[in-house]
Design a protein around this ligand. Structure first.
Ligand code: SF4
Ligand code: SF4
Length: 271
């Protein structure tokens, strides 16, 4: 693997300076062939929370990205347990959540800096994969931020799974920071699985034979996104109206389940 170069190191340092807790770089050619991007075309159609219907757009076996993109910066912002509202989704709030607003602010400053100081184009990415977005957890693994845990979310050594992620494309062919040799799940009692109110990690849903690859949702094919989605729908239905910050309106505030995140012992010395 090519080593991260000076430009990559400078971009990572700037992202941290602008407010990211962690940052890394992933090359687009590696990202294209990451497990979620290659499995995407083989997964059964799904339309749960976090997806969007795109009229007239057929799934073509691979996600379609802006063709100027040659690499991407991945950032994580820590989301400690004592700041639960960072992730409350408020209808009508710019960015949806306070955490998202923070991620957007880091990238807004970083995009300005790379364009001005490095003469590198910064390309914003749509949120939804169906509209040209990326699987951010895969990008984070390739950028060296952590690994995919048994709870199917990114687990970082520094903050465990308690992070929020975002990706920005760059029009420069930078090498990936590289995968970390890191796996806290191997000898773990699987606190995440025990904590899930929906039993979403309880049985095998995907097999290597059927999917044509060994890396599966929840690592071994036991993460059931439909079960998790049922919980998210419940959470949406339990939303309550609150004043929307910065406006004179009210909107529904949704507190999505984080049980599998909060039960994980990794990184509990969150800063
Ligand atoms: S609780 Fe254990 S198995 Fe689950 S993500 Fe954390 S380290 Fe991995
Ligand atoms: S978010 Fe909640 S429902 Fe979904 S897998 Fe984690 S614990 Fe289970």
């Amino acid at each position: 693997m090519t080593e991260i170069n000076l430009t990559g190191r400078e971009i990572i340092a700037k992202a941290i300076e602008f407010g990211a807790s962690l940052a890394g770089i992933v090359n687009i050619d590696e990202l294209k062939f990451s497990p979620s991007h290659t499995i995407y075309g083989k997964m059964p159609d799904y339309s749960g929370v976090g997806t969007v219907d795109v009229e007239g757009k057929e799934k073509q076996g691979q996600v379609q990205w802006d063709n100027r993109a040659r690499s991407a910066v991945v950032i994580a912002v820590a989301h400690p347990e004592d700041e639960p509202d960072l992730d409350y989704w408020v209808q009508g709030l710019s960015g949806g959540t306070r955490g998202n607003a923070k991620l957007i602010s880091v990238f807004s400053r970083l995009a300005g800096w790379v364009e001005k100081e490095k003469n590198i184009g910064a390309i914003k990415i749509p949120y939804y994969v169906e509209q040209g977005g990326v699987f951010v957890k895969d990008a984070a693994v390739l950028a060296g931020l952590g690994c995919i845990g048994r709870n199917n979310i990114l687990v970082t050594p520094e903050y465990g799974p308690r992070v929020r992620l975002r990706v920005l494309f760059l029009a420069a062919d930078l090498p990936s920071t590289g995968i970390k040799n890191y796996d806290p799940c191997g000898n773990c009692e699987q606190f995440c699985k025990k904590a899930c109110p929906m039993g979403a990690m309880g049985r095998t849903v995907y097999t290597a034979e059927k999917m044509g690859q060994d890396l599966l949702p929840g690592r071994n094919g036991t993460y059931n996104r439909k079960q998790c989605n049922r919980q998210m729908e419940k959470d949406i239905n339990n939303g309550e109206d609150v004043p929307v910050p910065g406006t004179d309106k009210t909107g529904s505030e949704v507190r999505f389940c984080r049980q599998c995140e909060l039960a994980c012992p990794v990184g509990l010395n969150d800063k």
